[in-house]
Design a protein around this ligand. Structure first.
Ligand code: NDP
Length: 492
């Protein structure tokens, strides 16, 4: 079947939608049906170089970095309003490309608009410092854009992760070459259709589709790229550090995790059970901060597990376009095989309370569906408790007392997020302080407020996204030392 072509299934280089130099097309597939929904060109090495050259030239030779902050802010605010106008179209496209439930896509697109709005407002608040220095001199600390940023995006929240990176870069006055994940380039390319209307000058944001080892790695190693922002797996994070080493680029890495959710016996029971399920099954479990280790205090352990299983049985799996769907398919067959592998590993490591396979029946035959799966009595040293599965697989782990909960929670290489559920504020604050994680929720889970910092401790990466911290990643500080002494300069 011939799939429709539109300008946004091409690459965006220097303000123009273009075909690839290499001529290779990639089929983009709906993971719920395996239907080919678009064909997008893979960028060739020459395309990548042209995109970087456009970004470099726009930064070095055009007016963009010197555009008044108020103007950069207006562009972002306009982009936000265009996203809101196109929200139904973008949400549907996101669901068709990722499989995620349409209701979740609608939240994502609303967050995309909010992200552009937030950084639209922040553009006029970028200011430096006046620093007291000896000898009556004056020192200024100016904050300037870093330059050309390569932004490498994962497939689980394609447009939202792009917005988290694009908005602060535009706000700071940087230029960008963005690489979506090879499976999910559609919403980023569709958004690009609104750039001109928003007033974004050509060359500020360039988009090159294609795979990581070729397109991504070339960007990372490119001598004309100043900074790399990446969200994805720790293995690729390590490759990016290697690839960026020769040119000593600035890097920020968000590498997912194996986040603990700790449920003390005094927590509000109904909210806690709902929070545990939402934390691990949101977006089919394809969430970097998923609360995939569910630590439950012994007095409520059995009742909690039973309530989780009971509620999880009614999770509606299906095509994400159906409004009733609560869990869609996984992103690819390869990824499903990986998650299926962990379901099998889990059966040898722990007890299975729910799921453990793929859903039966005709509606699921073509898509990459798996069942929501709950393992219990899990030993925290088990592979299913230590390795990121990135699918709807929960590990329920019992604990006795606060010290044990903390020991288990921190016993991981990761440190992206954690949640604590309790009504005892003193205990909550003790636990919060002892958790080695970059984001800690209290009686809440999976919220990522645009205004607040997001990023990991330990091997979950470094650098922060969102809020003013996300902006700092795209700024560098220049010291200006001004001699205000009118005496002749003397050498000792
Ligand atoms: P990857 O880390 O491979 O992909 C993330 C992004 O990096 C994609 O755009 C990918 O491109 C790109 N990439 C891959 N290799 C390179 C490279 N050598 N240089 C530069 N960029 C590169 O994740 P996967 O898609 O393989 O998923 C595997 C696992 O990673 C998941 O199961 C999950 O555990 C974790 N993950 C974590 C995410 C998070 O939010 N922290 C998001 C996604 C995955 P392309 O895919 O086009 O090849």
């Amino acid at each position: 079947m011939e799939t429709p072509r539109s300008p946004d299934s091409r690459l965006l280089i220097d303000g123009a939608f273009v075909e690839s130099d290499g001529g290779t097309m990639r089929e983009i597939v709906d993971p719920a049906t395996r239907e080919v929904i678009a064909r997008v060109p893979d960028a060739s090495p020459e395309d990548v170089d042209r995109a970087v050259a456009a970004a470099r030239q726009t930064f070095d030779e055009r007016e963009w970095p010197r555009t008044p902050a108020v103007e950069r802010g207006r562009i972002l605010l306009k982009l936000a309003s265009l996203v809101r106008e196109r929200s139904a179209e973008l949400a549907e496209l996101e669901t068709r490309n990722t499989g995620k439930p349409i209701v979740e896509s609608e939240y994502d697109i609303s967050d995309v608009a909010a992200c552009f709005e937030y950084y639209g407002g922040l553009a006029t608040k970028i200011h430096g410092d006046v620093v007291p220095v000896p000898d009556g001199a004056l020192a200024l600390a100016l904050r300037e854009p870093v330059g050309v940023a390569a932004q490498i995006i994962p497939w689980n929240y394609p447009l939202l992760m792009a917005a988290w990176k694009l908005a602060p870069a535009i706000c700071a006055g940087c230029t960008v070459v963005l690489k979506p994940a090879e499976e999910t380039p559609l919403t980023a390319l569709a958004l690009a259709r609104s750039f001109e209307h928003a007033g974004l000058p050509p060359g500020v944001v360039n988009i090159v589709a294609g795979d990581g080892p070729h397109v991504g790695a070339r960007l990372v190693a490119h001598r004309d790229v100043d900074k790399v922002a990446f969200t994805g797996s720790p293995d690729v994070g390590r490759q990016i550090m290697h690839g960026a080493a020769a040119t000593l680029k600035k890097i920020s890495l968000e590498l997912g995790g194996k986040s603990p959710s700790i449920f003390f016996a005094d927590a509000d029971f109904e909210s806690a059970v709902a929070g545990a399920l939402f934390g691990v099954f949101l977006n089919q479990g394809e969430v970097c901060s998923a609360g995939s280790r569910i630590l439950v205090e012994r007095p409520i352990y059995r009742r909690f597990l039973d309530a989780m299983v009971e509620k999880a049985r009614s999770i509606r799996i299906g095509n994400g376009l159906d409004r009733e769907t609560q869990m869609g398919p996984l992103i690819t067959e390869t990824h499903r095989a990986r998650v299926r592998g962990y379901q099998e590993i889990g059966k040898g490591e722990a007890r299975l309370a729910l799921g453990g396979g793929v859903p039966a029946g005709e509606p699921f035959a073509r898509g990459y569906f798996v069942e929501p799966t709950i393992f219990y009595d899990v030993d925290n040293r088990a592979r299913i408790a230590q390795e990121e599965i990135f699918g709807p697989v929960a590990c329920v782990i019992p604990f006795d007392g606060e010290a044990a909960a903390l020991q288990i929670a921190n016993d991981t290489h990761y440190g992206l997020a954690a949640a604590v559920w309790s009504r005892d504020i003193f205990r909550v604050m003790r636990v919060v302080r002892s958790l080695r994680a970059g984001v800690v929720w209290v009686n809440q889970t999976q919220v990522s407020a645009i205004e607040a910092p997001w990023g990991g401790y330990k091997q979950s990466g470094f650098g922060r996204e969102l809020g003013r911290w996300g902006l700092d990643e795209y700024l560098q500080v220049k010291q200006v030392y001004i001699n205000v002494d009118d005496q002749p300069f003397k050498w000792y």
